[in-house]
Design a protein around this ligand. Structure first.
Ligand code: AMP
Length: 192
């Protein structure tokens, strides 16, 4: 199965991605996690991405697209995957389809976790308080979170229409318990 999971910061993408990947036995490919590791290791990609990630801005499309092309060429991605955090712009969504065409693959579903902006904000602020002793995510500061939510609405929401028009969108309310959200996703995946 080839899936993307879409949702704003704090929508629960990571939680649902982890559950779906273990259930479906596919690799979980998170651009946010990959970028944070690259920044920590100060690789060339990390150094390029760092100023954007720290400010909550989007890393430029060409950098991400190239990165995803090489990630999809790795052997573990040959039988399926779940992308978390990619695509994030309409341009990335189109580029992903071109890339999949080249590889002879197709995307099965784009799962959208619908969560109101005020809920996203309070979830992230709660998460950053809990995380302070463990990992300090600089992009979880309130004004940066606000910017990430704005960018989600401006740049990522238009992708929903792109997938809707291609009959590949599965919309689930993310404003429920993680168990309920998971249940609904699995039900929809089995139904369609
Ligand atoms: P996330 O953990 O998915 O919220 O991603 C953290 C940060 O990584 C974002 O705020 C962006 O700066 C960057 N990022 C992750 N995925 C993408 C993407 N597909 N396009 C551009 N920037 C991204």
């Amino acid at each position: 199965m080839r899936l993307v999971i879409l949702g704003g910061p704090g929508a629960g993408k990571g939680t649902q991605a982890a559950r779906l990947c273990s259930q479906l036995n596919i690799p979980w490919i998170s651009t946010g996690d990959m970028l944070r590791s690259a920044i920590a290791a100060q690789t060339p990609l990390g150094m390029q991405a760092q100023p954007y990630v720290e400010k909550g801005e989007l890393v430029p499309d060409p950098t991400l697209i190239e990165f995803m092309r090489s990630r999809l060429n790795q052997p573990d991605a040959s039988k399926g995957w779940l992308f978390d955090g990619y695509p994030r712009t309409a341009f990335q969504a189109e580029e992903l389809d071109f890339l999949l065409d080249d590889l002879g693959q197709t995307l099965d579903w784009a799962i959208y976790l619908d969560v109101p902006p005020n809920v996203m904000m309070s979830r992230i602020l709660g998460r950053s308080r809990l995380d302070t002793d463990v990992i300090c995510r600089l992009d979880d500061q309130p004004e940066i979170v606000q910017r990430r939510i704005e960018l989600f609405q401006e740049r990522t929401i238009p992708i929903l229409e792109y997938y809707e028009q291609r009959s590949r969108l599965l919309k689930v309310s993310g404003d429920q318990t993680p168990e309920q959200v998971q249940q609904q996703i699995l039900q929809k995946l089995n139904q369609v």
